[in-house]
Design a protein around this ligand. Structure first.
Ligand code: MN
Length: 249
């Protein structure tokens, strides 16, 4: 049964525009797609419609992000995106077994409710994985560091540019490090719950790293000081996760 599903998934990927786009982004080597399971989903770029357990406790990111912020963010804001995504997907005839990445790549076909909630759910599931408890001397290494240095001169210069994108996003949104369709390393920001996977986005590519700059992500501790939140957030970045995504593209 499982085998049959994999085969039909393969056919689906091969025979649709979304599948072609997915392949061109390097997201779905067919083997990797078939093997994706819950046990290694934290390594996988494929995100489903259900909210997954937070990979750490609410208080694990203290003193950068306080437990109360994490609890409200995960159990209220993010949970609602998943719930509303499933509701909108059902109403618009999208099977909940479809990889969310494919839906995002053709998001212009669907309603604003679907766009906001598919983006909201994807972005948060991705964001949780971009973080880990604070570590000393937190920085990328290896091929990822080399690519960052090649693109931005130095890790410090990269951080500054990424932080500028996050600070200068007016209102609510996200800043991203991503790989574009020419395999170039890029950074930028998106409004609301948009992301670079969406066909309507101003920046397009495969996300490597994201920061949530909606006020709900930092307001209890930092109030209007978004820049302080971003400065401290670097201590939480899970560079292993970013490296694993980088290796797959
Ligand atoms: Mn958020």
């Amino acid at each position: 049964m499982k085998h049959t599903q994999s085969n039909s998934r393969r056919k689906f990927i091969k025979n649709t525009a979304a599948g072609t786009a997915l392949l061109s982004l390097g997201l779905a080597s067919l083997e990797g797609f078939a093997k994706t399971g819950n046990e290694d989903r934290h390594l996988s770029p494929l995100i489903g419609f259900d909210q997954q357990p937070l990979p750490y406790a609410y208080n694990a990111l203290e003193d950068v992000i306080d437990a109360m912020t994490m609890e409200i963010h995960y159990s209220k804001h993010a949970a609602a995106y998943s719930k509303n995504l499933k509701e909108a997907a059902k109403a618009e005839g999208i099977e909940s077994t479809r990889p969310l990445e494919q839906v995002l790549q053709e998001i212009s076909r669907y309603s604003m409710k679907l766009r906001n909630n598919a983006g909201g759910h994807y972005n948060h599931e991705f964001f949780w994985q971009c973080m880990q408890p604070k570590t000393k001397d937190n920085a990328p290494t290896g091929s990822l560091l080399t690519a960052i240095e090649k693109s931005y001169g130095s890790f410090a210069a990269f951080k500054e540019k990424f932080a500028d994108a996050a600070k200068n996003r007016f209102g609510s949104g996200w800043a991203w490090l991503y790989i574009d369709s020419y395999k170039g390393m890029k950074l930028g920001s998106t409004p609301n719950q948009d992301n670079p996977l969406m066909d309507i986005a101003e920046i397009k590519g495969t996300p490597l790293l994201a920061i949530d700059v909606w006020e709900h992500a930092y307001y209890l501790k930092y109030q209007n000081k978004r820049a302080d939140y971003i400065d401290n957030w670097w201590n939480l970045v899970n560079w292993n996760f970013v490296q694993q995504r980088f290796d797959k593209i």
